[in-house]
Design a protein around this ligand. Structure first.
Ligand SMILES: [Zn+2]
Length: 454
């Protein structure tokens, strides 16, 4: 690595949800995008960990440790039982966000990042996963323009958004434009050493209009989209100009593929008797998306921001799903299968000596089913030696959305979203970061970036 980069400022820009080939397509949208992309010559595919959740990839990138070691399988993980989930934030990880620990009195700018909490020394704009009203920290920023209008998410969930696609797209663009205004304001006027700015619009639009239609002409919303791409291109090229002396890395921790089906692992496990599901009247409440929605709605209703609440751990409302006394394995978080171990949960029923046999049975059962349905288009891995709140098995199926909403069919090839996450993102580095061993994973990128800010 170029040694002159050591100790320099770092701007890490995330275009989460965008693929490597779509990054090239950006340059065709406006001359400003082209000007911005000139700064990042070295582009590679980023292979993300065996979880397509941005939380898992970001936990690795910020700590330098694997998500299974950290206990970060996704947005949430089981806490005291399989029915009791907690949102994963940095305080719950078994490692520190080491990339952010660097000398210097300047504040860090952390915009729209999963896991990261508001703390001293940070200017923090929420990613919306935080079930409190504070979306901006420190508190004195909250009453200043443009931060007073900062809203991390345009809507409560994609499920809700899809019911009115056009207005959801418009709100998506408005929210991202507003975030860009805040980012520019901070980058311009604050003293900072590390800035991590994550753009969410590519992910949101891929869910709403399909990832292959992202830059399509002829959509009803094409005019609005075109105007938005122009302003995003202009904003990013202004940021690049402001950061001419700054080491720049642009990443995406996942991309999208066309979705061909939805699969409910819990319904599948229950067919073989590995778990017993309690059918509640309000079954949809058990899905992660719905939990997030209720948290966001509660947040929207709250009238008073409670600063001290930021110091507390957010809880995810418990919506019972498994009959715990009759469940040996379940998937409380999409794609993550946990044995109901006695050593892990107070309500667990699997003794230590039974673990290997049961795990093997569950794995064989899932592998047989997945092979029959999807041939080789899936990954099923045992997690060995992970954090106690990491799953025993992790499942990922190409083009299949894993969900936890109760109710048959367990496999639905007709009703499914247009696109779903896939574990291939990208890394694009500015010339000063060109290295002999170019990073191709979040862990490798952590090492490279750590050298920059050390
Ligand atoms: Zn997404």
């Amino acid at each position: 690595m170029n040694s002159s980069a050591s100790g320099s400022r770092l701007l890490l820009l995330s275009l989460d949800g965008l693929s490597l080939s779509q990054l090239d397509e950006l340059s065709q949208l406006s001359s400003d995008f082209r000007q911005f992309l000139v700064r990042i010559s070295d582009r590679k595919e980023l292979a993300c960990p065996l979880s397509t959740s941005p939380q898992a990839a970001w936990s690795e990138l910020l700590t330098g440790l694997s998500w299974s070691q950290l206990g970060c399988p996704g947005y949430a993980r089981p806490k005291d039982s399989l029915n009791d989930l907690e949102i994963v934030t940095e305080d719950l990880l078994s490692g520190r966000l080491d990339l952010l620990e660097c000398p210097g009195a300047e504040r860090q700018l952390l915009i729209n990042l999963p896991i990261v909490k508001p703390k001293d020394g940070r200017i923090w704009l929420s990613d919306g996963s935080w079930p409190y009203q504070n979306t901006v920290s420190p508190i004195e920023l909250r009453n200043c323009h443009p931060f007073d209008a900062y809203r991390p998410r345009p809507y409560a969930s994609t499920t809700v958004a899809l019911s009115d696609r056009r207005s959801s797209i418009i709100s998506c663009l408005a929210a991202e434009r507003q975030r860009l205004e805040c980012a520019l304001e901070l980058i311009r006027n604050q003293r900072w050493r590390i800035c991590i700015y994550r753009v969410s619009v590519f992910d949101q639009l891929a869910h709403l209009i399909g990832s292959d239609s992202l830059f399509c002409q002829g959509l009803i919303e094409s005019k609005e989209l075109e105007e938005f791409w122009t302003s995003l291109g202009t904003g990013l090229s202004e940021i690049a100009e402001l950061c001419a002396d700054t080491t720049l890395a642009v990443i995406s921790t996942f991309s999208h593929v066309n979705c061909r089906a939805r699969l409910n692992l819990n319904e599948l496990l229950s067919l073989a008797g590995f778990c017993v599901l309690r059918k509640t009247e309000n079954a949809e409440m058990t899905s992660i998306i719905e939990r997030r929605r209720s948290a966001a709605l509660a947040l929207a209703k709250a009238e008073v921001a409670v600063e001290s609440a930021a110091a507390q751990q957010p809880a995810v409302s418990s919506t019972s799903c498994f009959e715990l006394e009759r469940t040996v394995a379940g998937s409380p978080t999409a794609g993550a299968v946990y044995l109901n171990r006695k050593s892990r949960f107070a309500s667990g029923i699997v003794e230590d000596f039974q673990v290997n046999v049961i795990l093997e049975r569950v794995e064989d059962y899932l592998r047989n089913y997945l092979t029959k349905e999807f041939a080789s288009g899936f990954q099923l891995e045992k997690i060995i030696g992970g954090h106690e709140r990491s799953p025993d098995l992790i499942v990922q199926i190409n083009g299949v959305e894993l969900h936890n909403t109760l109710g048959p069919p367990w496999l639905d090839r007709h009703n499914h979203p247009r696109s779903t996450h896939c574990g291939a993102g990208f890394i694009a580095l500015s010339a000063s970061l060109s290295s002999l061993s170019a990073p191709t994973s979040p862990l490798q990128l952590y090492k490279l970036l750590k050298e920059v800010v050390a």
